[in-house]
Design a protein around this ligand. Structure first.
Ligand SMILES: Cc1cc2nc3c(=O)[nH]c(=O)nc-3n(C[C@H](O)[C@H](O)[C@H](O)COP(=O)(O)O)c2cc1C
Length: 200
């Protein structure tokens, strides 16, 4: 599928065919694309929880105020991030670059994040946002629908997936085959209200 067709036809789908399964090869192809999403300093701090356990799906659906896409979609992925990944053996993020580049970048990573909790958390959310869009467009390209979600009790979900200390949950994405089309688009703001030239 052409990139722009994927962008235009991706919609947030709420109702899924419970019996549809995504072939494992498609799932892997989609996730390989997701893992190429950009991260600042290449820290790749996203951690994706693929929920395959049906009972856990039901519990997560309850934590998401009953939203049926959590239980019914073919795949449910919880996009999390390790906030402290920047300081966990950061040389692995530049393992294939030359030594000179590594020697410049590693102290920069430290200076950028050390002691700056807000930036560390912002970065996690930024990276997960970009990964989520890659995920949804990859799904669409493979003829699957999706729904990004933050409509859930984050503490309940954290507890259900044993979210480790120092990690955050950015969102969930449900992926599957629609049984009902999306609502008509609710109204896009005109570009004149959104795109500035040079300054606000
Ligand atoms: C971060 C985020 C969280 C969202 N959470 C939910 C959700 O919990 N449940 C839901 O049905 N839709 C959710 N949506 C979908 C939005 O309602 C939807 O993206 C928006 O209305 C635009 O429609 P479209 O995605 O079909 O273009 C979420 C979207 C985003 C980006």
């Amino acid at each position: 599928m052409d990139f722009f067709e994927a962008v235009h036809t991706r919609r947030s789908i709420k109702h899924y065919d419970k019996n549809a399964q995504m072939p494992e090869s498609s799932f892997q192809q989609m996730m390989q694309a997701v893992m190429l999403s950009p991260t600042s300093y290449n820290i790749q701090h996203w951690r994706f929880v693929r929920v395959t356990d049906r009972q856990l799906r039901q519990q997560l659906q309850q934590a998401a105020w009953g939203q049926s896409q959590v239980g019914d979609a073919s795949e449910l992925i919880i996009l999390c991030a390790d906030i402290a990944a920047w300081q966990k053996n950061p040389e692995r993020y530049w393992a294939e670059s030359d030594e000179e580049t590594r020697n410049i970048l590693l102290p920069m990573i430290n200076d950028f994040y050390a002691g700056k909790e807000q930036i560390q958390r912002d970065e996690a959310m930024r990276s997960c946002g970009m990964a989520a869009q890659t995920l949804m467009l990859a799904a669409k390209s493979l003829a699957y629908d999706s729904c990004p979600m933050v409509g859930f009790d984050v503490d309940d979900v954290a507890s259900l997936i044993n979210l480790p200390q120092g990690h955050v949950i950015a969102m969930m994405v449900a992926i599957g085959k629609a049984i009902e089309p999306a609502h008509k688009r609710s109204g896009q703001l005109p570009a004149s209200q959104i795109i500035m030239e040079n300054t606000f």
